[in-house]
Design a protein around this ligand. Structure first.
Ligand code: ME8
Length: 515
């Protein structure tokens, strides 16, 4: 893939179905997108970060009916839960799209008309399997024990339907994949996509007639646009599509990162590019499919009663601790297990004992020995060594974060924490204080303060609140949308003579019994 150019960076979460309340899986995707958005803003990019809710289709219609609530009222209420999740997770999304909004619906109809005008749609009859839970069509040979491959129940459907000529895009898709070998990550999932396409694509049913909750097909309102066509189009309508001359479309389309769970990769990596090619629109640059969370080794499900509510985790362990754990625990793309004991262990060893301890001891020694005043110092070879390590780790961090390898990027930042703790253990500033070696003491504390500043900027996309508190105590202003990495790794960034502020303990050790 070519290097991302000067255009703005467009990052999207999937839009979440409102049949249910938000859980840790939704929180995970959203936090990942938020961290990536914050990272690119630090790199002086203009970012458009989109999230929202998917409010149409049979699944939502059934959920509202089961609860006996008028559908629009139901989706209004349920969408609010996801908007609250965005706030509670401290997301910096630039927009929250709702597919039941009239602007979005008009955009979907326009997208349909473009496809139709390009001779990409025809009317026929669908007979085959449909899973309401997955909102997906399945062929007979895809079923496993009479169920969808996801384990969802399927029903036989026979109805009049419009079709998209997906099959005619097979070779163009394969060419596109070949020319864009990083289009989907991880690679193993990309290979699955490619082999699925190579097995042959059938035309895709893109309208339904057996329910009414959705966008009406232009000029044929017996038909409702298939919810996935409606949903995928959100990535365009959020940028003011169909106005192709709008500032947002010009600045942000095509999307740079569609981040999705592996469950919905097929829709994003096959149907979406084919639809865009058919509509003669540029294709997204990258789709990242992340893995699946189990909970204490079990599939998360309502019937098992083990669904993790992000709000519970935030109130129990703290927001930044929760964000840190999710992004550090597994390499992005792999499946992970959400275990509260693992979360506690990670918070205690990596945040409390390592990072928190570094910050606390350096701040308290600076307060006690230097009245909180940042000293002016000359560095020695020992400091140069530490700076060399941190420079290497910063480069690693940049390489990894850019491609959403959060866990590796965090490890690089945490390596600087460990190296700085080691530097302090070796230089023993408490001993320098006792021995009245003021120059030595000042040098160690100033260097350590600079390292804390640097680490806190690196960790800002992951733990914005804590980083902000630390940086604020160092008199460095950082805000959610307008900061920059530029110049941050210069060691002389703190102002000598300035007084650092008192900082409360940020990462308390969690008692295991609290889990
Ligand atoms: O699929 N582990 O919405 P959805 C990790 N509306 N991530 C998980 C997860 C888990 N256990 N469970 C859910 C839809 N997710 C469509 C998307 S986009 C145009 C339309 C995350 O509410 C993961 O990102 O079922 C997954 O892709 C998304 O939630 C599915 O959310």
């Amino acid at each position: 893939m070519t290097e991302i150019d000067q255009k703005g960076i467009y990052i999207t979460t999937p839009i979440y179905y409102v049949n249910d309340v938000p859980h840790v899986g939704h929180a995970y995707t959203s936090i990942a997108c938020d961290a990536l958005s914050r990272f690119y803003r630090l790199k002086d990019k203009e970012v458009f970060f989109l999230t929202g809710t998917d409010e149409h289709g049979q699944k939502i219609e059934q959920a509202a009916k089961n609860r006996n609530i008028p559908i629009q009222d139901f989706v209004d209420g349920m969408s609010k839960n996801f908007q609250a999740m965005s706030n509670n997770l401290n997301l910096t999304n630039d927009h929250f799209i709702r597919t039941s909004s009239s602007k979005h619906k008009a955009g979907v109809q326009k997208f349909w008309e473009i496809l139709n005008n390009n001779n990409q749609i025809y009317l026929d009859k669908y007979s085959g399997w449909y899973s309401v839970r997955d909102e997906a069509f399945y062929s007979e040979d895809e079923l496993v024990d009479s169920k969808a491959p996801s384990g969802s129940p399927v029903e036989w459907v026979e109805e009049s339907s419009y079709f998209f000529k997906l099959s005619s895009w097979e070779s163009k898709l394969l060419d596109f994949y070949e020319n864009n070998p990083d289009f989907v990550t991880p690679k193993s999932r990309f290979n699955e996509v490619i082999s699925f396409v190579k097995q042959g694509l059938k035309d895709l049913s893109i309208s339904r007639t057996s329910f009414s909750w959705g966008v009406k097909v232009p000029d044929d309102d017996r038909h409702i646009v298939y919810v996935w066509i409606d949903a995928l189009t959100n990535y365009l309508t959020a940028l003011e599509f169909p106005n192709l001359n709008s500032d947002n479309i010009r600045k942000f389309w095509p999307a740079d990162f569609h981040i999705v769970g592996k469950d919905i990769l097929r829709f994003h990596a096959i149907y979406w590019p084919a639809l865009l090619m058919a509509a003669e629109l540029p294709l997204p640059k990258k789709i990242i499919a992340h893995g699946w969370w189990t909970v204490e080794k079990e599939k998360m499900s309502k019937s098992l009663g083990n669904v993790i509510d992000p709000d519970d985790m935030i109130s129990k362990y703290g927001l930044d601790q929760f964000r840190y754990f999710l992004l550090k625990e597994v390499p992005f793309g792999n499946d992970g297990d959400f275990s509260q004991n693992s979360l506690i262990a990670r918070v205690n060893s990596e945040l409390a004992n390592n990072y928190g301890n570094l910050v606390n001891r350096v701040f308290s020694m600076t307060m006690k020995n230097l009245n909180g005043i940042v000293p002016e110092v000359e560095i020695t070879e020992r400091e140069s060594d530490l700076i060399k390590i941190s420079d290497e780790k910063i480069s690693d961090y940049m390489v990894q974060f850019k491609i959403a390898e959060f866990s590796k990027a965090i490890s690089s930042a945490m390596d600087i924490v460990s190296s700085t703790n080691k530097y302090i253990d070796e230089t023993q500033p408490w001993k320098l204080a006792k021995d009245n070696d003021h120059e030595g003491l000042k040098r160690v504390l100033r260097t350590s303060l600079e390292m804390i500043r640097l680490i806190s900027i690196l960790l800002f996309p992951i733990m914005p609140d804590s980083s902000k508190k630390i940086l604020n105590a160092l008199n460095i202003k950082i805000d959610d949308k307008s900061n920059s990495f530029s110049g941050f790794n210069k060691i002389e960034s703190l102002l000598p003579g300035a007084t650092i502020k008192k900082l409360d303990l940020l990462f308390n050790k969690i008692d295991k019994t609290e889990g």
